[in-house]
Design a protein around this ligand. Structure first.
Ligand SMILES: [Zn+2]
Length: 386
């Protein structure tokens, strides 16, 4: 999902669809043709600077129809998509190779290349796809641009709409977010919420995949049909692990941002870039890979939810948040694995409680005059051993 730009947010709704069996192969072929045509167009547009609709139409329309066999409206959608991709690539100052589409998908313009009729999505060219799951939010998405995707053997129609970004309120306080491997701790000096991470659950599937891989790497199992089945299962375990992380990150971010909204608070999170970079340098283990994925998805979804809900968000530098006394600024010492103590002023609390208070403090500092600084945290504000 693209993030907001120019004051607009792009929202999507997913419609699960299934083509009629006799048209399945034909549709997949069309999507393959479209992908070829799209990659050809992107390259052509960039090389010939054909980023205007008129020029692209003049130079590409006939080729896309005749050489790639695209229906006329879909040929237009194809060069339109190519222009959009080429434009964003040209704008990017840090250009890599010319972008290519790898997934099977088609861009569709409502009313021209697709329409929804009863329980079916109808595509230009006589394709009918039965709607299996219609998101209840669909009603607010009529007449929109869409994209048909084929992913993991399933067809999804993604319908897009652009809405104005909601205005952000000025916050009456902050909700700090501290993340560790096991838990996300959310709060401030007054209250605290804890959410378990789903890293362990996802890890379980990663390990299943690994075990299967090990068990079947012996030659006696190498009958090709069987091998194909095993490969598919390994892939599906990996996918399952990834989905667990993504679903969890999405849900917990939604909950956190709504908590902040109810209180008219800002969400403050740490910048996890350095942490992720440090993890990348570790030996490649399943757990590390999942942590990296989890942290990155969390950052993404928290920021996205804040944009969508109009909740102010602040990102702070994590340096010292879990090692410095929030009262006097001295270096804390470990009492035990979870608990830290200040040798100077005697303040003592759980590691994550300390992080939450420090993150809150940093946010106030960063926001400067836009919030009245709270009184310094008192020892009684923190209940130890929670
Ligand atoms: Zn202290």
């Amino acid at each position: 999902m693209p993030m907001g730009s120019e004051g607009l947010l792009t929202l999507t709704v997913n419609v699960k669809v299934s083509p009629e069996p006799d048209l399945y192969k034909k549709l997949v072929d069309l999507m393959k043709q479209y992908r070829e045509a799209l990659n050809y167009s992107i390259k052509f547009i960039i090389e010939n600077k054909a980023i205007s609709l008129g020029k692209a139409h003049r130079l590409l329309y006939k080729v896309l129809k005749e050489k790639y066999g695209l229906p006329s409206k879909i040929a237009q959608d194809c060069y339109r998509e190519a222009i959009a991709i080429a434009k964003s690539w040209l704008k990017n100052t840090n250009k890599g190779k010319i972008p290519r589409a790898n997934n099977l998908r088609i861009w569709l313009t409502h009313g021209q290349s697709y329409r929804i009729k009863g329980d079916y999505v109808e595509l230009l060219g006589g394709y009918r796809l039965k709607i299996i799951g219609l998101d209840r939010r669909y009603d607010s998405y009529p007449n929109r641009e869409a994209r048909l995707l084929l992913k993991d053997g399933k067809f999804i129609l993604k319908i897009y709409k652009r809405v104005p970004e909601p205005a952000k309120y000025s916050p009456s306080g902050v909700l700090a977010v501290d993340v560790n491997e096991r838990q996300i701790v959310v709060g401030n000096r007054k209250s605290e919420y804890r959410f378990e991470t789903h890293i362990e659950r996802a890890l379980h599937y990663r390990q299943l995949a690994e075990n299967l891989q090990k068990r079947h790497s012996y030659p006696k199992y190498n009958a090709s049909l069987r091998r194909r089945g095993i490969k598919r299962r390994i892939k599906s375990f990996h996918r399952k692990a990834k989905n667990i992380i993504d679903d969890w990150a999405k849900k917990v971010s939604h909950t956190i941002v709504l908590l902040a909204k109810q209180r008219q608070h800002a969400v403050v999170r740490e910048d996890l870039t350095n942490l992720v970079e440090a993890l990348r340098k570790l030996p490649k283990e399943h757990k590390t890979a999942l942590l990296i994925l989890g942290y990155r998805r969390l950052e993404y979804w928290i920021d996205w939810q804040c944009e969508k809900q109009g909740v102010p968000s602040i990102v702070i530098n994590p340096k010292g948040t879990s090692s410095i006394c929030p009262i006097c600024g001295s270096k804390l010492v470990e009492v035990n694995y979870r608990k830290l103590k200040c040798p100077k002023c005697g303040f003592e609390a759980n590691r994550d409680t300390i992080a939450v208070i420090n993150i809150e403090k940093k946010a106030y500092k960063k926001m400067g005059g836009s919030l009245t600084t709270p009184t310094a945290p008192q020892m009684t504000d923190v209940i130890p051993n929670r």
